[in-house]
Write a protein that binds this ligand. Structure first.
Ligand SMILES: [Zn+2]
Length: 356
């Protein structure tokens, strides 16, 4: 029976992971005996066309006779309601989006039932490991850090950065939509960059946050910077999900970069923002060294806000938000607040929300 518009259906599937006994490289360590990290876009069936699987290497596209660069620089995520029950080994904690409604044990395994009270973008992950937990309630939001028990050095700094970020972004952009915000440590074998934000949950690679030596107060506080960046994505990316169109990366990454500046200034003073600028300038210039395509200015009238659209190297795009040829001071509090208010037209306050 064909599915009518607006209709729904139940889709049942089971999934297994097969690990070949021998291989030279490209090990999949997302599922391991002492911990697992599974991202929905990689493990779940994806009905319809997934733009994220398009060839994005420009040389390869030329070779295949495809238009260069690829038509859009990111995938517009749909909005979902979310509820899940996860079971895991008896000695592990399982994490998923939403509020933990119930937790129980059965047959030597632990079960966790999560439900998200607010609509969220279709971008989520499951993690399970032998975590230690530190929890602080800040202004009604439970800040929870899940970490390897031996990796506790930066946890208070991460919690403080999360609290400052929630305060500043909540005041500047609008309320944080979930009752909790989790920061979850994952091993460095999961090569996804330093950290990644999902609705209400931020995953940090162990050596890019938890194990960073942040004791020298004269240096750029990159732990606070990374936390602020990812918490900013709880607005820019998780609440605002741009259309797959030129400029999408700027809406998400440049404003997250702006968030870093405000949190660092609030924590260490405006001088630290200068440190951040030169740090980002270096990242931007080294990113350009390997760039295959020329920079695409956002619009002729906004040349100072340069977003490197359609480039594969994402650190490059992010750095363009503050550093580079001078995105630096273009994002001001007024620009950020204005962009947030304009994120979708008033008559579209409800779904869908994919501003372009
Ligand atoms: Zn980012």
């Amino acid at each position: 029976v064909p599915l009518a518009p607006g209709d729904s259906a139940t889709f049942t599937f089971s999934l297994g992971v097969q690990q070949p006994a021998l291989r030279a490289a490209g090990f999949d360590e997302s599922l391991a005996a002492n911990g697992s990290f599974l991202i929905n876009t990689r493990i779940f069936p994806w009905p319809g066309f997934n733009r994220g699987y398009e060839v994005d290497d420009s040389y390869e596209r030329r070779r295949l006779g495809l238009p260069v660069p690829a038509p859009a620089d990111r995938v517009a995520l749909s909005w979902i309601t979310f509820e899940t029950t996860v079971s895991t080994s008896g000695d592990q904690l399982a994490i998923a989006p939403g509020t933990l409604e119930r937790e129980w044990e059965q047959g030597g395994r632990r079960y966790f039932h999560y439900r998200s009270g607010a609509p969220m973008v279709n971008w989520f992950a499951f993690a399970s490991a032998r975590y230690a937990v530190k929890k602080v309630v800040h202004d009604g939001v439970a800040i929870e850090v899940y970490y390897h028990p031996a990796h506790s050095a930066n946890i208070d700094r991460m919690i403080a950065a999360t609290a400052t970020s929630l305060d500043l972004f909540g005041a500047g952009f609008g309320p944080y939509p979930h009752p909790e915000l989790r920061i979850v440590e994952v091993p460095s074998t999961w090569q996804m960059g330093a950290a990644v934000a999902f609705p209400g949950t931020i995953f940090f690679v162990e050596d890019r946050g938890f194990l960073t030596d942040a004791r020298d107060s004269s240096r750029l506080d990159i732990v606070t910077r990374r936390v602020a960046h990812e918490v900013a994505h709880e607005w820019w990316g998780m609440q605002l999900s741009p259309a797959a169109a030129p400029g999408a990366t700027m809406l998400v990454e440049s404003f997250a970069k702006y968030g870093e500046q405000r949190v660092l200034a609030a924590t260490h003073g405006e001088g630290m923002v200068e440190e951040l600028m030169s740090y980002d300038q270096d990242r931007y210039l080294s990113g350009r060294t390997g760039a295959e395509e020329s920079e695409v200015p956002l619009t002729p009238g906004h040349r100072r806000i340069v977003a490197l659209l359609r480039q594969g190297w994402r650190g490059h795009e992010r750095a363009a938000g503050t550093g580079g040829t001078g995105g630096a001071r273009s994002v001001t509090p007024a620009v950020a607040a204005g962009a947030w208010r304009a994120r979708w037209p008033r008559h579209h306050r409800r779904l869908p929300r994919h501003p372009a």
